[in-house]
Design a protein around this ligand. Structure first.
Ligand code: NZQ
Ligand code: ZN
Length: 379
């Protein structure tokens, strides 16, 4: 194992606790909040009314910032930043997109900068207190230091990390995810698996404890996804699925494994930037394509994965089973299914290469290599 420091300051509250949000803000002295949410899911499932009541009961002034899109955009985040100048805290009620946009707004509001500067190298100095009520478990954003945003003018989907991005408190009541459509459930499952395998395959070292932890997260994600596709109201499965999601990207899987690259995310972010592909749908296309490239370089971890997750002896069978499972749950596995043709591969590769340079992965992920990987996703 490699030496490590682990510190995660987010307080997690799991269960039927969303009505506590007003008290939680009030106890921290907040008198005003920017309430950030997406389009209409929280109004349809009743969460919006509960949250607003809880805040009003504590006399907290609410300024709303709604309409965050899946794959949140810079222009919308900038609108939120203007509103944030009048509040002392930010409350994100939604999925990873809402949480990520809120993180950027909260940091830019007190760091005296434009939002895009955060995504292009500026280190934030202060941030408004950020609180989260999560409605879709997928990204792990509720308990991590990352944020992702798309600059729709330059077709760049960038991320940044900061310790200021950790929410103060995240409330996760998996019941609210029961209204999630099956396609997004599938994309969420893919994203959880993606976070787990990025570390599993790309870490410097692979201690058994972390290998088994990752395999357990993947197995539990597969099991609970299948239960939820049969019965979307299975609350036990919802709770376990939500925990898989939080555990997969809150830093726990990275403990003691050294440096980790995230190549599948690098590949996927350009699909979202150029085609507005849902994050999980893009991942289920690039993961098998990337594994088919990796297996020719080093198949040792893939063999372990094949055995532990699918009880298969060869790496090739492991990749095939994973691809079959993505297909079974209804997530795409080829660029064609995303209406992207072979002739677009160079354009996509050029976009990905920009991230490859930023993430210091360009010694391996050259434009040629990226094109080879993407070609594996043309079926
Ligand atoms: O806008 P509404 O109406 O709320 O609809 C949303 C949205 O259309 C809907 N939804 C959310 N909760 C629901 C619901 N529908 C019914 N019932 C509910 N309970 O689901 C759709 C997708 O929401 P979104 O927030 O976009 O999904 P997700 O959580 O997958 O977030 C994706 C974003 O997070 C980024 C992705 O790149 C993408 O931009 N990521 C963030 C990471 C991080 N901060 O650490 C890491 C990830 O790898 C990822 O890159
Ligand atoms: Zn992801």
């Amino acid at each position: 194992m490699k030496p490590f420091i682990y510190h995660n300051p987010t307080k997690l509250i799991y269960g039927e606790k969303q009505d506590l949000i007003g008290k939680i803000l009030g106890e921290s002295g907040h008198k005003s909040v920017l309430l950030v949410y997406g389009r209409n899911s929280i109004k349809k499932n009743g969460l919006y009314d509960e949250v607003v009541k809880s805040l009003r009961d504590e006399n907290i002034e609410i300024i709303e910032h709604s309409g965050v899109s899946s794959n949140p955009t810079l222009s919308h985040a900038r609108e939120g930043l203007e509103k944030a100048k009048k509040v002392t805290s930010v409350l994100a009620v939604g999925g990873g997109s809402v949480v990520d946009e809120s993180k950027a707004i909260a940091a830019a509001a007190l760091s005296n900068c434009d939002i895009w500067e955060l995504f292009t190298g500026k280190v934030p100095t202060y941030a408004l207190d950020l609180y989260v009520i999560l409605t879709i478990s997928a990204t792990g954003s509720e308990m991590n230091d990352g944020a992702v945003l798309t600059n729709e003018k330059t077709d760049e989907k960038f991320s940044y990390k900061s310790k200021l991005n950790y929410p103060k408190v995240s409330i996760i009541n998996p019941k609210f995810a029961c209204s999630l459509p099956n396609d997004y459930l599938a994309y969420s499952a893919v994203d959880i698996i993606a976070h787990t395998i990025e570390v599993y395959f790309n870490a410097e070292v692979h201690p058994n404890i972390q290998n088994r932890f990752a395999e357990n997260i993947i197995l539990s994600t597969i099991e609970t996804t299948e239960k939820l596709l049969k019965n979307q109201n299975d609350l036990d499965a919802r709770y376990e699925f939500a925990l898989c999601s939080t555990w997969a990207l809150n830093g726990l899987t990275k403990i003691g494994v050294g440096d980790v690259d995230f190549p599948c995310h690098m590949l996927e972010h350009s699909l979202s930037a150029l085609y507005d592909t849902p994050h999980g749908a893009g991942l289920s296309v690039v993961i098998p394509a990337w594994l088919k490239w990796l297996v020719k370089r080093d198949d040792s971890q893939i063999r372990g994965f094949a055995k532990a997750v699918f009880n298969k002896d060869s790496a090739a069978e492991g990749i095939e089973e994973l691809e079959k499972w993505f297909r079974k749950i209804g997530s795409p596995i080829s660029l064609n299914e995303l209406d992207i043709s072979k002739k677009e591969i160079n354009k996509i590769a050029q976009n990905i290469y920009k991230t490859s340079l930023r993430w210091r992965m360009s010694d391996i992920y050259t434009v040629n290599v990226i094109e080879d990987i993407l070609n594996n996703a043309i079926h």
